[in-house]
Design a protein around this ligand. Structure first.
Ligand code: ADP
Ligand code: MG
Length: 245
């Protein structure tokens, strides 16, 4: 039988800030071509988990593997397979769209001869071709996010992490971004870990992980979550699960 590859494996991660336990024994797996939504209220520990996966922070205990590579002892190999859109925008407002993308490509040592063509094509797909020489400062929030998404995919990663990517976006841009991710998953086989506190963004996930106060409270596809909570909607299930101690 065909066995799907595990793209991300997290085993028993614990993380303290001083005496505060921000992540308590987190284990999860994300397979190839899977969209996993990590759903949790503010302060649940979503960004902390992201900083551990990306190597920005060290876990106190536990291990993390990206495409089989340990994120601490094989960090370069592990990060090669990863694209990231952080919660806080990390795009230079004073550089143009083109400059931001080319700078990032060079930073990653990308030596693609037709890099400029690739960037133009990606901008066209996102309706941003006319903004190529505009400073990012004059772009809307939705447009900036799209540029960040294009940037995160320039090195063709196998897995994409998005930390609350829709915060601050209007409803249309929110739907647009989620649809883009679903398209990339279907067309390129990308694996995606998407965090949010907005339940509707989890509706189309292959797997939903509910995180609260540093603990995984529930994990599974939508029908499993509804079954666990004995509710009819994801919204009600989420509320019930996070309000249980
Ligand atoms: P989320 O992204 O789900 O909103 P975070 O991972 O940002 O949650 O934060 C989880 C908890 O850890 C929160 O209670 C937050 O206040 C705390 N926290 C986050 N970063 C730090 C830090 N650098 N020092 C101390 N506490 C922190
Ligand atoms: Mg966060």
């Amino acid at each position: 039988m065909f066995k799907e590859k595990t793209m991300l494996e997290i085993n028993n991660i614990k993380k303290h800030y001083g005496s505060f336990l921000a992540l308590n024994n987190i284990s999860l797996k994300l397979k190839e071509k899977e969209l996993v939504v990590l759903l949790g209220p503010n302060g649940a520990g979503k960004s902390t988990l992201f900083s551990i996966i990306t190597g920005l922070a060290r876990a106190d205990e536990g291990e993390c593997f990206i495409n089989g590579n340990n994120t601490v002892s094989q960090s370069i190999k592990a990060l090669k397979n990863l694209g990231v859109v952080f919660q806080q925008p990390t795009i230079d407002l004073e550089l143009t769209v083109k400059e931001n993308l080319l700078f990032h490509a060079r930073l990653h040592g990308l030596k693609i001869s037709n890099l400029y063509k690739t960037i133009k094509k990606e901008l066209e797909k996102n309706g941003l071709e006319k903004k190529i020489n505009n400073k990012v400062r004059i772009l809307s929030g939705g447009e900036r996010r799209k540029v960040e998404l294009i940037r995160s995919l320039l090195h063709n990663p196998k897995m994409l992490l998005l930390d609350e990517p829709t915060v601050g976006l209007d409803p249309a841009s929110r739907v647009d971004l989620l649809n883009k991710i679903l398209f990339l998953k279907a067309s390129k086989g990308l694996s995606v870990l998407w965090t949010t506190h907005l339940v509707d963004e989890a509706e189309k996930a292959d797997k939903i992980i509910i995180l609260n106060k540093g603990r995984i409270k529930a994990m599974g596809n939508k029908s499993k979550i509804l079954g666990l909570a004995k509710e009819r909607t994801l919204e009600k299930s989420f509320l019930k699960i996070v309000t249980e101690n």
